[in-house]
Every structure is written in structure tokens, then in C-alpha cells.
Design a protein around this ligand. Sequence first.
Ligand code: EPU
Length: 422
Amino acid sequence: MDMFVIQGGSRLKGNIPLSGSKNASLPIMSAALLTDEEIILRNVPDLADIRHQCKLLESLGAKVWRDNENALHIKVEDESNCQAEYELVRRMRASICVLGPMLARRQKAQVSMPGGCAIGDRPIDLHLNGLKTLGASIHLEAGYVSTECPRLQGTEIFLGGPFGSTVLGTANIMSAAVLAKGKTTIESAACEPEVVDLGNFLNAMGAKITGHGSPRIEIEGVDQLHGCDYEIIPDRIEAGTFMVAAAITNGELTIEKCPCNHLMAVIDRLRHIGVIVEPDGNNTVVSSARRLTPADLTTQPYPGFPTDLQAQLMALLCLADGNSIITEKIFPDRFMHIAELNRMGARLRKEGPTVVVQGVRELIGAPIMASDLRASAALVLAGMVARGETQILRVYHIDRGYEKIEEKLNAVGASIVRTSES
Ligand code: EPU
């Protein structure tokens, strides 16, 4: 397994590019199962999770390849297999988003139930209720969800749950309802930019979707969809992570083609903390040269503060001049990074879904362990500012969602070496 060895103390400076959004790519790739015509996707990042999704699509009869311009092509050639195997699904929870498209196109779908996950309990009840409301039969057997329906029927679906809406649940229901007979209305739909990107992609395939980006999505079912050529949006979570990288190292980064309109809640908190965020054409310049002011933040569904940037902001607030309060309202147990940051000298105390962050003067390098994707990103950020050397074990977590992160950060002045755990 790989590890990172980080020498702390460098100030980052320069231009840094963004990759395409992982969380937009995964449901869009799944939706390619809705046609047997060729789909071309541009700006799909080259990541462990994306390679995994390619294998899953191949197991479901698709031919998947990259061309010499790095565009990803998907063409379904055999629709006879309707089962997504446990061996493939267990490695990545987002595999569940093949369920809706496969059911809509092949009239049946069997997907292994995704297992537990480092960020907490992650049920799929809302996905299943939505498909049932569209007329599908649902059975749970030997760890698999089996669904069947000769033709889904458009209807009204309420998708809200105890923690708000569901991003992949909305993706699944949208991608199923596009081929349903008649009109479907999704109430309490997720409004995340990744859901909007999926809606735009489905429309490029010939779907009739309106309202995506709002809590009420309307879908007029069509008989069939066709191939298309589509460019995925930039990764807002990678952009937010680089904003914190500039701030935590007292540096100045120009984030290229930064989707600031998808990051308003994050920019609001960063400015409160004292970070300077300034648009410069398509780019955004982020810098920080003074002491950090503490801040309170609560994660919420979009357009609220994203749970996927909670750990990174916590790393930053460890160094603020006073106490901050962070409350996690999407995944209340998503705090695996606390113990590791405390090993580096942070003062973090968890009380239920809330963490009290007592600012300290410095973090100190230590051997630490990555646990999930975003927690690992927070540890890289902490390592870049810590005194001395930080060793992060199990960086495969970070490789799931950040494309060439050490290369990008080293190009603007970081000192991160990838090596093998011995
Ligand atoms: N929930 C239910 N029932 C369901 C589905 C979800 O109760 O059927 C609950 C969840 O337990 C959670 C809340 O609803 O408390 C929101 O979960 P959601 O379904 O929106 O999460 P997701 O769609 O499984 C996506 C991202 C996550 C991101 C969340 C929230 C992908 C591949 N994953 O997950 O990204 O944290 O939305 O924004 O898009 C990551 O990239 O590191 C990551 C974990």
C-alpha cells in the first residue's frame, strides 16, 4: 500500500488546475446504460472510483475505453446481464446508481446491497421507495436487491428523509423515470450541482427533464434515449480543498476554472475566517496572510455547507485564533479525522454530531492513518502546515477521489512524496 511523506512548512503559490467532478461522473456513467448508442464523456477524472465504475459497466455488457484525447467512451453491446455483483459493488457505494437505469432499460435489475462505510450508516431505503412508487417490485434476497417492472409508470414521488434529500437517490429515480410512461414529479429532490449535471446529460440523451437544481424535478417520460457527447463539470470539492490548501499554508493559489457559483457557502465561511477569495476571470485567487478568525459551521444539503468539505475546514480551524463549532448534519458520524488531527496536536472534542475546535498555535508532524476520502484530504492539508514530517498511511482512500493530488500540490510548492508502506 502507498503512503505519503509530507514535509510541512511550505507556502503554496501558483496556478492549480481542477479535474472533472467524481460525484457527477459516477451517476452519469451509470446512466449510459439507458441506451445502446455510444456515449462520449469529457473531463471524467482518472481515479480509482472511476476505474471501478468502468469495471462495473463492463460486467453489465458495456464496452468502455478512453481515446487519445482522454475522453471516456461507453457503448452497451450486451444487455443480457442484469446483476451487479457483490464483489464489484462492495468496493464502492456509488455502484448503487446503476439500479435505476438498468431497471428502466432492461426491465429488471439486481444489485448487491452496498455494505457499511467509514462515514457511517448509509441506507438506501429512499432509493427503493422511489422505484417502488414508479411501479417496480422490490425483493431483498441473499444480500441483493431485485427489482422488476415491464414499464415504469410516471407518478409523484417524495424523496425527503431524516437528513434531507438524497443525492444518489435523486440520481437513481431521475435516471429511471426518464423512460417511464407519463410524467414523474420528484418532490424534495437533491439540488446538488452533480444532480443538475446528470439532468443536463440525460436531456442531451433526449430526456425531458425540467426543474433540476430545485427541490421539484419534473420528468416527461420518453420511449427511448440516444447517444451524446457531454462534458462533466469541474469538481467543486477538489476546488474547496485547494482553497483550504492556500489558506492553511498562508499561500496564494489561482484555482483555474473554479466553479465559485457552486461554492457560495464555503466561500462565505472562508471569508469569515479571514481568507481572501477573489474571482479573476474564469479563475479564482485564494490567499491568506493573517491570523485566522474562528467560525461556526453546519453541514447541510446544497446550497448549504457540503459535508464533503467538513474535514478540510476542520483542519483549517484547528489553527484559528479561538474556538469554533462544527456540526455535521448529513453524516453525524463522519469524524474519523478527529483522532488523527489530535495526534498532530489539535484540540478537538466531539459531543454527538458537534465538534468543539479549540485553536492551537501549531500542528506537529506525526505518523497518521487515512480513513475515508475527505478525512484523508484533511490530513494532507494538516501535514502541509505541520512542523516537521507527517507520514500518512493508507492513501488509497485519497486516490479514490483526488486525481494526482500530490503532483498538483507539489507543482505549487508542497513537499509530498508517495512511497510504499514497508
Ligand atoms: N439517506 C437515507 N436513506 C437513503 C439515502 C440516504 O436516510 O436511502 C441519508 C444518508 O444516510 C445521509 C443523507 O441521507 O444521512 C444524505 O445521503 P445521500 O444519499 O445524499 O448521500 P449519497 O448520495 O450516498 C453523495 C456523495 C457523497 C456525499 C453525499 C452528501 C456520491 C458518489 N457520493 O452520497 O460523497 O457526501 O452525497 O452530499 O455522489 C465523497 O465524495 O466523499 C462522498 C461521500
